[in-house]
Design a protein around this ligand. Structure first.
Ligand code: HEC
Length: 135
């Protein structure tokens, strides 16, 4: 009896979670956290601008998120310093993307420091997550 009742529920749950992209949990949680310290609603368009913005480095060279991840985020990127290949950032072609809060925060910290010379603000990170999850 219990068994018969459980089956459809389990199936429904499996179908429901299969319809959500892998990044959904991590990105929803992070954006809720970033929203606390933000004044504007997160925008895909602003996220795209921030992602492609060129920051002047101390040695006069320009850096942007695209320096390593490339201009087309559905394609493989290439690390500006080491030349190592970086899997596409777009979750539509690389479903593992943005599925771990720990990984996202670790790389935001490291990559913002390298690119902008400072950490990104909560506002900037929220915008960029909107951009990245709409690719
Ligand atoms: C110097 C090269 C480099 C630059 C510039 C760079 N990244 Fe990255 N990024 C990496 C590498 C390497 C990884 C880790 C490998 C991977 O995830 O494929 C990574 C991973 C990430 C991740 C984790 C993705 C995930 O699936 O969780 C995020 C988020 C990210 N980068 C954001 C940014 C942002 C925002 C910028 C611009 C401010 C930026 N990156 C610029 C090299 C770079």
């Amino acid at each position: 009896m219990t068994h018969a009742l459980l089956k459809p529920t389990t199936l429904a749950l499996a179908l429901f979670s299969a319809s959500l992209p892998l990044y959904a949990d991590a990105v929803t949680d992070l954006q809720a956290k970033y929203a606390v310290d933000s004044t504007q609603a997160f925008s895909t368009e602003t996220g795209q601008k921030l992602w492609n913005k060129r920051y002047q480095n101390k040695d006069g060279k320009e850096r942007s998120c695209a320096s390593c991840h490339g201009d087309k985020l559905t394609l493989t990127g290439k690390h500006a310093k080491t030349g190592k290949l970086i899997k596409p950032m777009a979750p539509s072609v690389n479903p593992q993307r943005l599925s771990s809060i720990k990984k996202i925060e670790k790389w935001f910290k490291r990559n913002c420091k390298w690119t902008l010379g400072r950490e990104c603000t909560a506002q900037e990170k929220g915008h960029m997550l909107s951009y990245l999850t709409n690719l």
